[in-house]
Design a protein around this ligand. Structure first.
Ligand SMILES: [Zn+2]
Length: 178
């Protein structure tokens, strides 16, 4: 199979899907990501911004944080697989790290970066021209997860997203998905 075919990496997508399901069981949005190098997972994480509020803890961000520093010299050979189209923050981090290949499962027309791509700052435009950016590559597998993301966001829309006891009560209207 063509090394650039997203299907070649489908088995690793299932690891990301499992991570997404684990996240939902813990009260987070069902989103998961893995980073591959030389056919092995070197970073994996899911969305874990609850119960301690930290909205930067998206699956892709924490997967990037898991990579051993000495491996970054090979970032151009890394593949990041995520169940959902990255948001603006994660896309920026992925481009800053100069990951070689990004594959996302489902499109996210609400919080995904696609609509912002034509107007990226010059540095990020240049980096985007260098990355292989592919998706939605696994809609059949990942759209059900995205449906759950939207449903959970809708359910949280009418109530406080985080408990006042946590000291971080706020409305979910302040929160973008993924
Ligand atoms: Zn994100």
């Amino acid at each position: 199979m063509d090394i650039h075919s997203p299907q070649r990496w489908a088995s690793f997508l299932h690891e990301a899907i499992n991570l997404a399901r684990e996240a939902e069981l813990r009260g987070n949005l069902p989103i998961g990501a893995v980073i591959l190098l030389d056919g092995e997972i070197i970073g994996r994480m899911n969305s874990i911004w609850q119960p301690r509020l930290d909205l930067t803890r998206h699956a892709e961000m924490d997967a990037l944080r898991e990579v051993q520093p000495d491996l970054w010299q090979k970032s151009g050979e890394m593949i990041l697989l995520t169940t959902l189209e990255p948001c603006l923050m994660c896309a920026g981090a992925i481009l800053l790290h100069r990951i070689g290949y990004l594959i996302f499962g489902s499109s996210d027309p609400i919080g995904g970066v696609s609509s912002a791509l034509p107007s990226l700052p010059p540095y990020f435009q240049e980096q985007f021209s260098l990355i292989r950016w592919v998706g939605p590559a696994f809609a059949k597998d990942c759209d059900p997860l995205y449906s759950r993301v939207k449903e959970l966001e809708r359910l949280r829309g009418t109530s406080a997203l985080f408990s006042a006891a946590d000291g971080h009560a706020r409305s979910s209207s302040d929160v973008r998905i993924q």
